[in-house]
Structures are given as structure tokens and as C-alpha cells.
Design a protein around this ligand. Structure first.
Ligand code: MG
Length: 274
């Protein structure tokens, strides 16, 4: 039996039935096939609005409660930053990491570029904590902007979203340019915020076609904000995302967007998968 898969819908159907059903649209399977066709061509949640649309509704605000001291990582975690050392990190060109480590956190050094991990990762559970600069400066995307780029290419936005309006798909914990968070769970600038992320990488066929889209679940300050969200492609600015094939493991990247965002408590658990 031949099967094919529509990556973003997770549907598997028998190709032969599908083809015959198209030729006989009055049959039950024909109705199903037409439904599948409609589903396959209908836009997904991430596709309903133009990229960075200012008309898109903003996520409702939820108060996640006060910040807390960092929790110790679990015993099988790969600790990427323990508050003292950037040994697990480097600049993308392979030179030493240039951000500033002090008082148990690492701060973006504007203009020095992103940090990338020396190790590469595929499917993962990631915990990190971040704090936006205080007092806040700038507006919209220019206030406390950084980003967690999974596999170097898929950004979970970091932004001071506390009383700071911006387009919905650029909010804190958005899959940038694609899917806004379910709610805005930001704490005020200066307070520590947590991201807990479960990420499943995309799978590519040998010819480079997308077999399975990447998916991501994110809790922001303990609040669910991305629920197994389909990632529609590489993070790009102001244009529709699309996939380009890449390796099964790639470094994690933290973005330098010119704002002095701080990070601490960064650890990963690798998830086994094909
Ligand atoms: Mg960003």
C-alpha cells in the first residue's frame, strides 16, 4: 500500500483509494477525499494573517505571578550556562563568546553578534531564564528584544512584552513571524522569566522535501503559550517562512538584537528520536 503524508496535517491516506475516489466523488471515500483536499489547501493557523500584521489580535494578558529563584537542573541535563562560564558557547565564526558574564547571568553585548552552542542538538527539552533591561527603553520590537533560535533557524521570540504593544507574531514566546503565543505571560522588565520548550525537529526526505514539519511546545513562566505548534519554516524577517533542508543536529543560538537582555539557568535534555 502506498501512502503519502501531508506534513502539516499528519494525515496518512491510501493513495490508490484517494485517486479512485477523486474519479468517483459521490462515494463516501470520495467525500472524505474531497474533505482532505480542502484541508490540505486551507491555510493553517499560522497562515491566516499576513506576516507581522498589526491587525492580528494581540494575545490576552495573563499574570504568571512573581519570579522565583532558579531551579536546579535535572540530573540528566546538559548544562549550557550555570551562571559562571560560557565554555559551552562561541560566536558563529568559532571565536570565543563575547557576551558579558556577571552576577550569575550572561548579558547580550550589543553589536557582538549571537551566541551559539558548541554542541549541536535535534529534538530537545530546553529550559532557560531571561530578563529584559530595566528601566525599559525603546518601543515595540526595539524593547528587550533577543531570541532563542532552535537549531539556529527557528526563533522563539524573546521580547519585553510588558505593557509594550507589537504585532502579535512578534510577541514574546511567538514563533517569530508565524504563530503568536496563546497568551501574553510576560513579567515586568528586570524580573526573571522562564521558557520551557519541547522541540521536535523537522524531518526531510532524501530529496530535501519536508516529511515532517518541526513542532514546538512552550511554557512561558509556567503558562502554556505554544501547544505543539507547527513551525512552517526558517525564521525570516517580514516574509513568509519556508523550509530549507539541513542537518539533523544544529547549534542552539541566542540572538543579539542590540538590547541588553540577560540569560541564566540554561539547560537541555536531548530527546531520542529517529
Ligand atoms: Mg528576536
Amino acid at each position: 500500500m502506498r501512502q503519502f503524508r501531508i506534513a502539516d496535517f499528519g494525515l496518512r491516506i491510501r493513495l490508490s483509494s484517494f485517486q479512485s475516489a477523486i474519479h468517483n466523488p459521490h462515494s463516501a471515500i470520495g467525500a472524505l477525499a474531497l474533505l482532505v483536499l480542502v484541508a490540505a489547501t486551507a491555510p493553517g493557523r499560522a497562515q491566516q494573517w499576513p506576516v507581522n500584521s498589526l491587525d492580528r489580535p494581540r494575545p490576552p494578558v495573563v499574570d504568571p505571578g512573581p519570579d522565583r529563584p532558579p531551579a536546579a537542573p535535572p540530573s540528566d541535563a546538559i548544562v549550557l550556562f550555570d551562571g559562571t562560564s560560557l565554555a559551552a558557547w562561541q560566536s558563529p565564526d568559532g571565536t570565543p563568546a563575547k557576551w558579558l558574564v556577571r552576577d550569575g547571568s550572561v548579558e547580550v553585548a550589543p553589536g557582538t553578534g549571537p551566541l551559539v552552542t558548541k554542541r549541536a542538538f535535534g529534538d530537545l527539552q530546553l529550559h532557560l531564564e531571561w530578563a529584559a533591561p530595566t528601566p525599559p527603553a525603546g518601543e515595540g520590537q526595539e524593547r528587550g528584544n533577543s531570541g532563542v533560535f532552535l537549531m539556529t533557524h527557528y526563533e522563539i521570540q524573546v521580547l519585553d512584552g510588558y505593557h509594550n504593544d507589537t504585532y502579535a507574531d512578534g510577541a514574546a514566546a511567538a514563533v517569530y513571524g508565524q504563530t503568536p503565543p496563546l497568551v501574553n505571560a510576560c513579567r515586568p522588565p528586570g524580573q526573571w522569566q522562564t521558557y520551557d520548550i519541547v522541540f521536535h525537529r523537522p524531518r526531510f526526505a532524501p530529496d530535501g522535501a519536508v516529511r515532517d514539519s518541526a513542532r514546538v511546545t512552550v511554557l512561558h513562566n509556567g503558562v502554556l503559550v505554544q501547544d505543539n505548534t507547527v513551525i512552517t519554516g526558517w525564521t525570516v524577517h517580514a516574509e513568509r517562512a519556508r523550509y530549507r533542508p539541513h542537518a539533523d543536529r544544529l547549534p542552539l543560538l541566542l540572538q543579539d538584537h542590540g538590547n541588553r537582555v540577560r540569560y541564566r539557568g540554561i539547560w537541555i535534555r536531548e530527546l531520542s528520536g529517529p
